[in-house]
Design a protein around this ligand. Structure first.
Ligand SMILES: [Zn+2]
Length: 202
């Protein structure tokens, strides 16, 4: 069946989202077609603001409101600037913040090393991390990349890069579901992994 272009276009756009197959994409599109007009307009406005209203924190590369150069965590004077937790994505910051067990600051890499997907060191905010270490008085780096092959490889690589710096390097304790994402770990597991973090051997 040939659908009018505006419908097919939205189905195609939905289908590009993670976890949404062609069937769900069609269902969502036809739902919006029948839904009260303000739902579709609200959705369109929110999507537009998502791009224009947000940006990256210039210090840690967490997500922040576009009008702020730094995110709330970096701007918070009461946070311990001597401990940096290195994570893959802003969602990981959210997961760790939800535990309430970490009072340091973050550095968001923007992904993990993955030769298969063509992600190399220059694609992550590693240069920016090393620059921070030269400028800030950091005493400990917690490598909190995901407990996956890519996350482990990234932690190993960072371990090497951090060698010249006089800084304690730790890795979240095992016990997180292997292959999973930090963002899906429950708060207690994450708290335990944080509390049980161990020196990372070079
Ligand atoms: Zn920040």
């Amino acid at each position: 069946m040939l659908l009018p272009a505006p419908i097919q276009d939205l189905i195609d756009a939905f289908a590009r989202l993670p976890g949404i197959g062609p069937k769900t994409a069609s269902r969502l599109t036809f739902y919006l077609l029948r839904a009260p007009e303000n739902l579709a307009l609200d959705l369109a406005a929110a999507l537009e603001n998502l791009q224009s209203g947000t940006g990256f924190c210039q210090r840690c590369f967490n997500i922040t409101a576009a009008e702020n150069a730094e995110c709330e965590i970096c701007a918070d004077e009461s946070r311990d600037a001597s401990v940096l937790c290195v994570v893959e994505e802003p969602l990981d910051v959210l997961a760790l913040e939800r535990t309430g067990g970490f009072r340091g600051r973050y550095h968001v890499l923007g992904g993990a090393l993955s030769p298969i997907e063509g992600v190399g060191p220059e694609d992550l905010r590693i240069r920016e991390l090393l620059a921070r270490l030269r400028e800030e008085d950091v005493r400990e780096i917690i490598l909190a990349t995901n407990p996956s092959m890519e996350g482990d490889a990234t932690a190993m690589y960072l371990r090497q890069q951090l060698q010249p710096f006089d800084v304690r390097i730790t890795r979240l304790a095992r016990g997180l579901p292997v292959g999973g994402d930090l963002e899906y770990a429950d708060q207690n597991t994450l708290l335990r992994a944080l509390a049980g973090r161990q020196e990372m051997e070079g």
